[in-house]
Design a protein around this ligand. Sequence first.
Ligand code: FUB
Length: 327
Amino acid sequence: MSKPAQPNEPIVTHIYTADPSAHVFEGKIYIYPSHDLDHENTSNDNGDQYDMEDYHVLSMEDVNAPCVDHGQALHVKDVPWAKKQMWAPDAAYKNDTYYLYFPARDHNDIFRLGVATSSSPSGPFTPEPDYIPGSYSIDPAVFVDDDNRAYIYFGGLWGGQLEQWQTGSHIPDGEGPAADAPAIGPRVAELSDDMLTFKDTPQEISIIDENGSPITAGDEERRYFEGPWVHKYNGTYYLSYSTGSTHQIVYGTSQSPTGPFEFKGTILTPVIGWTTHHSIVQFQDKWYLFYHDSSLSGGADNKRSVKFTELKYNADGTIQTIDPYSK
Ligand code: FUB
């Protein structure tokens, strides 16, 4: 019998896991992470060291229970359009079906988003034969609103190739904007009723400061890098994300699921390892932050472990900053 989960400790230690997307399905917490491989890779800005091949689904009966690994839920060899690098996934439930959304490089080395389906939250998942038409870049996150409309958020800079899609078409040598120009925003598209395609062309989300001015590309403490996550609290939409090069999880709020989002502050201070990636979920009467770090591997960027901790709001709806290593 494995040990009960503990806040700020790896929820599993028999494999490396990262990029956790947590949801409550069928009364339990299900976690959809990346599955980091235990191999040596030289790190570079293109993210070649993140060479993952499959997904495992994890679950916890509650936050004090042992975490269960349900085994392999999808492998890249079973996805006809995908070549390599199964990066951060997410899952959603609608139409009596569980949907797994995932990025991977296609056979032209372009990151695309795929979807796979299952009748069970733990999988296994059956992939659609082709990627979602019109999809690109990485880190899909799906939010199903109270009115049952579903939105997919995605995009990541550098190895995630978002700079290559600023015009909406693919420009392989596309570069980021000047430091004083608006930063590149994540993308959002409403999903079709069958959850398998975009209803419309993805739109760029604007992230603004308290004066209504766009956050600029040079503002690396606040600008969007990767790992979008949207949740709703007291009727307000929260978009949280990684700032990449400054290694924080930050957030903004909006009255619309498509923004603009006004920048509010930091949720998670930097963790051990280059990447930071999270999700936020309500379970029973508390809210939890799922995140990863590289502590178990002694700091290897590409060998991360999923952890969780309680997330608390202030009375005005702002989120209290979490330092995962504070005693
Ligand atoms: O795990 C591979 C990539 O690293 C993810 O897609 C990013 O969000 C970063 O965590």
